[in-house]
Design a protein around this ligand. Structure first.
Ligand code: PEP
Ligand code: MN
Length: 339
């Protein structure tokens, strides 16, 4: 439930309510608005009784959160959450772009890509060191060696790093290198990993599982938020449907749906969402037009030789062109919105 404090409430009044929440064995999550403080109360639903709080001093209202996800809901927080990753902001109204290879393959491959995507205007560099592959015989990633190469790329370019963590036992190691830790689609339901990431002290990029409902997607975000990690970025990367001409079906409906139901930023990954390099540009334009807070794009200097996902990777030139195009869409949206 949400406890809305009166605008005249002092810090002491807020603390008094928070103490009461804790005494009852519940958790309090503060949201400091411009006008007033809102206290989100989370815990065993049997203990959540309105009367316990409504009579406390300077409590204006006590409102139940009806959605199963609480801290992730717009009911809990009306303003958009802005997540800052190494100076790149997600959710502030400007498009944030993550780009880089599917897998880190070598220093040369990574640095060539990093310099190219930076020059084209990308904000963050992606690259997988731990790869969740369908086949056990496929390239599984360079592991820590890949993380070290990402650190070199950050040193060289100044770009923040986005990379996937697949197992809870790897969280500390990956967090030493990454600025944004990615939970891949296959792990969206891995609650042990989500719990480990809730205490990591770094932002998390949560990719939607290919069979996840919107409710399940937001419940996974709730694991991160309820464990104490407020810096969550959602990512739509395509779902499994009867469509076979693309790798996945990019569900752009989820962008306005998330905007209605949650305050968290959402980005779109049209590379995995389509699986086709020739569809990445049009679907990027569409994602921006639909209101996405950012994009994640796979780029490789020689897609035909990529160790993974070459068929959906853009060349550096194609990526530079994409950046120009999506900035145009962004500008058009702002002009329309302001007209
Ligand atoms: C990736 O981003 O490289 C990746 C493996 O994505 P997903 O988890 O969405 O398949
Ligand atoms: Mn990939």
């Amino acid at each position: 439930m949400i406890i809305v404090m009166n605008a005249r409430a002092t810090q002491a009044d807020v603390n008094h309510v928070v103490d009461r929440v804790k005494e009852l064995g519940l958790k309090a999550h503060l949201s400091q608005g411009v006008e007033r403080t809102i206290i989100g109360v989370i815990g065993d639903e049997r203990l959540l009784k309105k009367e316990q709080f409504s009579l406390l001093p300077l409590v204006e209202d006590v409102i139940p959160i009806l959605k199963p996800y609480k801290l992730a809901s717009r009911e809990f927080r009306r303003e958009n959450t802005v997540v800052d990753v190494a100076g790149v902001k997600f959710g502030d109204g400007r498009l944030a772009v993550i780009a880089g290879p599917c897998s880190v393959e070598s220093e040369e491959q990574l640095l060539t890509t990093a310099r190219a995507v930076k020059d084209a205007g990308a904000g963050l560099l992606r690259g997988g060191a731990y790869k969740p592959r369908t086949s056990p015989y496929a390239f599984q990633g360079l592991g820590e060696e890949g993380l070290k190469l990402l650190a070199v790329a950050r040193q060289e370019t100044g770009m923040g790093i986005v990379t996937e963590v697949m197992e809870s036992s790897d969280v500390d190691l990956v967090a030493r290198y990454a600025d944004l830790l990615q939970v891949g689609a296959r792990n969206m339901h891995n609650t042990k990993l989500l719990r480990a990431l809730s205490g990591v002290g770094k932002p998390v990029l949560l990719k939607r599982n290919f069979a996840a409902t919107l409710n399940e997607f937001l419940m996974s975000a709730e694991y991160l938020l309820s464990g104490g990690n407020a810096n969550v970025i959602l990512c739509e990367r395509g779902i499994r449907t009867f469509v076979e001409y693309t790798r996945n079906t990019l569900d752009l409906n989820v962008v306005p749906a998330v905007k209605q139901l949650s305050h968290l930023p959402i980005i779109v990954d049209p590379s995995h969402g389509t699986g086709r390099h020739d569809f990445v540009l049009p679907m990027s334009r569409a994602a921006v037009a639909a209101g996405a807070d950012g994009l994640m794009i796979e780029v490789h200097p020689h897609p035909a030789e990529a160790f993974s996902d070459g068929e959906q990777s853009l060349t550096p030139d194609a990526f530079a062109n994409l950046m120009r195009e999506v900035r145009e869409v962004e500008r058009a949206l702002h002009v329309t919105a302001g007209a």
